[in-house]
Write a protein that binds this ligand. Structure first.
Ligand code: CO8
Length: 257
């Protein structure tokens, strides 16, 4: 597929995608989301890539789903078009995804960032679910993922008023993992993605799956799930290599199996 709305880069073991509709503050139309899913799937298949990185530009990560594209759709169109499912497809990616966020990160844009595994924010980032201001509610997972990320009270305030959080507020609420100056937000996220990509692919996959299980079901089922995946790690050569390398005081050489 020739991409019109995203730019795709490969930097070492990091696959990087830039959302690229700056004239619309990277509003996520159907075509852009389709391209993003396709690019991520290709990176997922590439054994040389260990971590994915997603970002927009300094002014906007993404200002939401494309309102102009949605405005005249009816309920059945919205329910049966596989538009929102494209967010679910991103959530099915098994490799870790880092989001680097600067400027507006709103609506479907925040929902996309929250599907990513780690959010690195620039000091200028603004996070919000402003759908209430256009007569709807978050529709690509926001009511669920935001509530789990920041707790009920703040999620309710954001969803019911549309108020945007500053980067510092998002940090205090646990929505993002760090806040850095805008000049370095992308390079910091690249460094982080590079560090993640240097780890054992098999351990990364198990670890991501186990952490995500914390969002599903009860604590006891999550702990049991983690226990099974932890045991499964001991079937990998990377576990043997990792622990032997530690004992022998050398760097591990990952095999990815
Ligand atoms: N959709 C379409 N176009 C947009 C969007 C958007 N979400 N956001 C900005 N744009 C466009 C503007 O229309 C404008 O285009 P034009 O120059 O042709 O008029 C251009 O981007 C620049 O925007 P502004 O002139 O408005 O820029 P400002 O700096 O004045 O304002 C804001 C920035 C505050 C971010 C403002 O643009 C805004 O409020 N945008 C909308 C934010 C919003 O409501 N987002 C939620 C959308 S709904 C959603 O995401 C639901 C997702 C769940 C379901 C997904 C299913 C498909």
């Amino acid at each position: 597929m020739a991409y019109e709305n995203i730019l795709v880069f490969r930097e070492g073991a990091v696959g990087r995608v830039q959302l690229n509709r700056p004239q619309a503050l990277n509003a996520l139309n159907f075509r852009l989301m389709t391209e993003l899913v396709e690019a991520f799937r290709e990176m997922e298949r590439d054994p040389g890539i260990g971590c994915l990185l997603l970002h927009g530009n300094e002014k906007a990560f993404a200002a939401g789903a494309d309102i102009k594209e949605m405005a005249e759709l009816g309920a059945i169109d919205m329910y049966t078009r596989d538009y929102i499912e494209l967010w679910d497809e991103v959530a099915r990616i098994k490799k870790p995804i880092v989001a680097a966020v600067s400027g507006y990160c709103l609506g479907g844009g925040l929902e996309l960032a929250m599907i990513c595994d780690i959010i690195v924010a620039s000091e200028t980032a603004k996070f919000g679910q402003p759908e209430i201001n256009i007569g709807v509610l978050p529709g690509a997972g926001g009511t669920q993922r935001l509530t789990r990320a920041v707790g009920k009270s703040l999620a309710m305030e954001m969803v019911l008023t549309g108020r945007m959080l500053t980067a510092q507020e998002a940090l205090a609420a646990g929505l993002v993992s760090r806040v850095v100056p805008v000049e370095v937000y992308l390079s910091e996220a690249q460094k982080l993605a590079g560090e993640i990509a240097s780890k054992s692919p098999v351990a990364l996959r198990l670890a991501k799956e186990a952490v995500l299980q914390a969002f599903e079901g009860s604590l006891s089922s999550g702990l049991a799930y983690e226990r099974r995946l932890f045991a499964m790690a001991f079937a990998s050569e990377d576990q043997k290599e990792g622990m032997r390398a530690f004992t022998e005081k050398r760097k591990p050489e990952w095999k990815g199996r």
